[in-house]
Design a protein around this ligand. Sequence first.
Ligand SMILES: [Zn+2]
Length: 345
Amino acid sequence: MKVKAAILVEQNKPLIIDDVTFPERLNYGQVLVRVFCSGICGSQIGEIDGIKGPDKFLPHLLGHEGGGIVESIGPGVTKVKKGDHVVMHWRKGIGIDSETPKYKWDNKIVNAGWLTTFNEYAIVSENRLTAIPKEIDFETAALLGCAVTTGFGIVNNNAKLKIGESVAVFGVGSVGINIIQGALLVSAYPIIAIDLYDHKLEQAKKFGATHLINASKEDVTAKILKIVGSSGVDVAIDNTGNPKVIELAYDITSASGRTILVGVVDKCSKVSLYTLPLHFEKKFFGSHGGECFPTIDIPNYLKLIIKGKAKVKEMITHRVSLSNVNHAINEMKKGNIGKCVIEIS
Ligand SMILES: [Zn+2]
């Protein structure tokens, strides 16, 4: 079977859109999924830019949040069946952790992770799929694969935000927006959004930010301390991966507060901190996808989405076809667009 896919062949180069050949058979624990919609997440931009260093898996497919329909199941699979509508998520849920698929392109092996979503079909590990009701649209499904589950997971599992605690969110892309939405759901206050772009801040406001700071025009530290008081903010969350922003986020976190890293710092960069407060109550740590557990979290969040208590589709600002994915990625890098999804089928 030939399948159209976006292939990362070289770091810092556009993706190549071409047909890849799928294996004839599914292996143990593998599921063939027809992909209808995929989100574009900061992680894929990081992969393309090589922020974690050289990539030994090149060439490979990419994308880690998607919505689709199960086409067929391999040996051992019991958690999903043909015809199921599914969220494709990068964090593990229940089910078999299968081997990763290998595709072919021009007689070369193309690698892929346990799921990829920038392709019309994907061979996915059973534990990266969660079946959802058929009335849930594929855009919502796609954003439940990372943006929503990561953002809400950071609020619940990493920040453990309590009612009335203050939070500052640096960088309000799709994960940042969902951190803000999650902070509102747990009644944190104030919820401060910081970004370089007014259009992103306006979006953050729609999702629950109570205060907006444009870091390209305003003194971020002074403004945050004016809002929360001189002792600092209870929780500061960095989505940028920028060392200077991380240092600022740490500095404005209170002596008993938590600074949480979501954005990944480039491998060549270093962060400089005054660490004495860490010997006392202050905490500084990184999040791994909000430590979310899709099997439990997705059905829980769907209850809120169905009742209109949480918004998902409203965060999408752009939709592109698979052929236009490079254009969308470039615009995202420039900060021109917010959450973009690829309409695949
Ligand atoms: Zn993601």
